[in-house]
Design a protein around this ligand. Structure first.
Ligand code: ADE
Length: 308
């Protein structure tokens, strides 16, 4: 590309960043704890074949509307070239608690922590989904507990926009591949390979995954006396750690299996409302699912009036 030099004009120099510790290895590259001047930052390194994912993430983070307390804070994006390899870096805030998935593996949570995490996570999702005069709707398309990070105060922020789509009002999204994301969190209509998704369909697909994450939170809540079971991913009991597409189709589409809601959760008035909420998020019928802003309202009300 003879013009590639021009495209770089906004970022000629790489920032002085020292990689400190490898924190996670994902489908798209690796995440490092790093130091930038006196600041701790996170660096996600994409290999050259995942350039598109880096581009998408960079574009989403560059929108003024993604500056929000419940969306991971963006610092910058860089192309790193040495003589041998090219890497694409994405630099963001670093959160010592890591992902919600990691946190739930290592910790149980109280009812009030659960409410705080769930509310802040859904506020982030509601903000992404919202469309206003100055903001287009954003569908995440890979919403899962690994892509929700926990800040020091246990409020959540949403990360990983490598598959995200923006929708300008009135426009259709054009030709995009529908069956993307993580199999375990795929909604039934995605598993079925239904085509012609429009903006609302993508938001409903995110909401299905949101229901599964609410279940993960409740499964590690220590409101219950006695021992709390080890953390399990959604459907881990049913399909194990590495489900195939066929495993997921058989369970989620044909048998309409959903994660088990334990009967004793329903005895707690606040949790009972949250159990109804997750069921309305993972409904087989996409049109029956709650919106993110509606889930935020439910959580606020349940937290205000229905203490354990
Ligand atoms: N894992 C993935 N992204 C991270 C971040 N920004 N901070 C901490 N852990 C992470």
């Amino acid at each position: 590309d003879p013009n590639s030099g021009l495209h770089q004009s906004s970022q000629l120099e790489n920032r002085p960043i020292q990689l400190i510790e490898l924190k996670a290895q994902g489908r798209f590259g690796s995440v490092w704890k790093a130091q930038f001047k006196s600041e701790e930052v996170a660096v996600k390194i994409f290999p050259i074949q995942d350039r598109q994912s880096w581009m998408t993430e960079k574009q989403i983070f560059s929108l003024p509307s993604t500056d929000h307390p419940n969306i991971l804070q963006y610092i910058g994006a860089e192309k790193r070239d040495d003589n041998l390899t090219t890497e694409f870096w994405l630099i963001t805030a670093y959160h010592e608690n890591g992902s919600l998935c990691d946190y739930l593996k290592a910790n149980t949570i109280t009812w009030s922590e659960l409410c705080k995490i769930a509310e802040s996570m859904c506020r982030g999702l509601a903000h992404l989904h919202e469309s206003t005069a100055t903001k287009s709707t954003i569908a995440h398309r890979d919403f899962k507990s690994k892509n929700v990070l926990l800040k020091r105060d246990l409020t959540a922020c949403i990360a990983d926009f490598g598959l995200a789509l923006t929708f300008e009002s009135g426009k259709s999204c054009g030709d995009v591949h529908g069956q993307v994301g993580t199999r375990r969190y795929m909604a039934p209509e995605v598993l079925e390979g239904a085509i012609n998704f429009n903006c609302d369909s993508f938001l409903r697909i995110d909401m299905y995954a949101c229901g599964l994450i609410l279940w993960e939170l409740v499964s590690r809540c220590n409101f219950q006396v006695g021992s709390i079971p080890e953390y399990q991913l959604p459907f881990e009991e049913e399909v194990g750690s590495h489900p195939t597409l066929e495993d997921m189709q058989e369970n989620v589409v044909q048998k309409k299996v959903r994660p088990v809601i334990q009967p004793h959760w329903r005895k707690h008035s606040g949790l009972n409302v949250l159990c109804d909420t997750m069921e309305e998020c993972w409904d087989h019928d996409p049109e029956a699912r709650l919106s993110a802003s509606c889930v935020v309202e439910r959580i606020i009300v349940q937290n205000r009036y229905l203490q354990p």
